[in-house]
Write a protein that binds this ligand. Structure first.
Ligand code: PMP
Length: 462
């Protein structure tokens, strides 16, 4: 077998996949029995599979294809850079023009003061960098005991040992002995599921104040940083109450705790701003980025570091950390071109003026379905709760995720990709999506929710 097996029929591709390919976050045997859907091409917001069926990608791949599929400008930049300089590292007192140019461009776009970039190839790696960076920073500041990082249950920060430890996904912690030491978690600001009788505003404050309580319990001298996504993505598109982030900011400021905003999903236009921190009025010391920086066309991630933090790290001798592909020239060249297109084509303006309002309006109509509670959007992120009795904010008797999975499968059958997180359904379409395509996406979602609803009733699930 010497080339890509494009000529094979679907069943043979699936058989090869089942025989040799281990999939992330997948029950291998179950998938092998069913056969993976083989995606072969894509254009705009539509994917095509090996049987020629078109599917509207309501998730931008894995939250990353911000500019949509099929942009030949990015392919051309990659080819040009590969011919000129396919690879060189940035370790031993060398740099490359794409890497330094991308770092400078990101510094222009990021909030005031965040003007240094450490590159990786993914969000997970960037969060691993953050763990080492903040501990090294405090050591250099003469406070080596400040090591503990506080994060949140049901947050997501990646799948490496460090990233998954920062994340608060219990199913991930259950495998491989996680979390690693000196990482601890507080509760998430998920009002629908956990707010009880409090108002969202009271709940947001209470959840933020858990950070202050945790700092008091651990001792301020032992805490290095707090990390959180401006809006939780993989946890189910959980938009925090408005009271949450101002209180978190106050607490980090008051207790000399570095604030890390994980912008892997929110960054590069998802909220209508370059970064979610701008939309949420957060002043982080470090921002994690990945995904949208290249619209997924190449793997790039990294940490955007405030100049005050960078100055300390830069003065403290060698920082003994880095990846072979930190600042990869081809990947950085593609990122620069992607950012240029996002900027010059007015994609953020499109999000603010057209796409986000259209998504908000259309997504809200899903709330008319008896099984849909609390459909909410922020920029180009949307989440809703499936519930058997939404007024009571009730959960299903069936194991968590049973109904969500059924809805996702109906979505797949009906030509739209929506993701389920337990019994939440979420969307994150390409930023360039048109109002007509949003209509199509939401209509297909509604049909799928209704089919799953009828099916679940027929099967006696509620
Ligand atoms: N942080 C956040 C907020 C994410 O959503 C993700 C990926 N979904 C990551 C980190 C990890 O990024 P990667 O998969 O590129 O390692």
């Amino acid at each position: 077998m010497t080339t890509i097996q494009n000529h094979l029929p679907t069943a043979e591709l699936q058989a090869l996949d089942a025989a040799h390919h281990m999939h992330p976050f997948t029950h291998g045997d179950a998938l092998a029995k069913k056969g993976a859907r083989v995606i072969t091409s894509a254009k705009g917001v539509f994917l095509k599979d090996s049987d020629g069926v078109e599917i509207l990608d309501g998730m931008s791949g894995l939250w990353c294809v911000n500019l949509g599929y099929g942009r030949s400008e990015l392919a051309e930049v990659a080819a040009r850079q590969m011919r000129e300089l396919p690879y060189y590292n940035t370790f031993f007192q060398t740099t490359t023009v794409p890497a330094l140019s991308l770092a400078a461009r990101i510094a222009e776009l990021a909030p005031e003061g965040l003007d240094h970039v450490f590159f990786s190839s993914s969000g997970s790696e960037a969060n691993d960098t953050n763990i080492r960076l903040v501990r090294h920073y405090w050591h250099a500041m003469g406070k080596p005991s400040k090591k503990i990082i506080i994060s949140r249950k049901n947050g997501y920060h990646g799948s490496t040992m460090g990233g998954a430890s920062l994340g608060g996904m219990s199913a991930m912690h259950a495998q491989g002995g996680l979390p690693i030491p000196d990482i601890t978690h507080i509760d998430q600001p998920h009002w629908w599921a956990e707010g009880g009788d409090t108002s969202p505003e009271e709940f947001g404050l209470a959840r933020a104040r858990q950070l202050e309580e945790k700092i008091a319990e651990l001792g301020e001298d032992n805490v290095a940083a707090f990390i959180a996504e401006p809006i939780q993505g993989a946890g189910g598109v959980i938009i925090p109450p408005e009271t949450y982030w101002p209180e978190i900011q106050r607490i980090c400021d008051a207790h000399d705790i570095l604030l890390i905003a994980d912008e892997v999903i929110c960054g590069f236009g998802r909220t209508g701003e370059w970064f979610g921190s701008q939309a949420m009025n957060i002043r982080p010391d470090i921002m994690t980025f990945a995904k949208g920086v290249t619209s997924g066309y190449q793997p790039v991630g990294g940490s955007i570091v405030h100049k005050d933090v960078a100055a300390v790290v830069n003065a403290a001798g060698d920082f003994n950390h880095g990846y072979t592909y930190s600042g990869h020239p081809v990947a950085c060249a593609v990122a620069l071109e992607n950012v240029r297109l996002l900027d010059e084509e007015g994609v953020l303006q499109h999000v603010r003026d057209i796409a986000a309002p259209a998504l908000a309006e259309k997504f809200a109509t899903l709330g008319e379905h008896p099984m849909v509670a609390d459909p909410r959007t922020f920029g180009m992120l949307g989440g809703l709760q499936l519930s058997p009795d939404k007024d009571a904010r009730a959960k299903f008797e069936a194991p968590v995720g049973t109904i969500g999975l059924r809805v996702r499968e109906r979505c797949f059958a009906n030509g739209v990709i929506m993701r389920h997180v337990g019994d939440r359904m979420i969307v994150c379409p390409p930023l360039v999506i048109t109002p007509e395509e949003i209509d199509t996406m939401v209509e297909r979602a509604l049909k799928s929710i209704d089919e799953a609803y009828e099916g679940a009733k027929a099967d006696g699930l509620f």
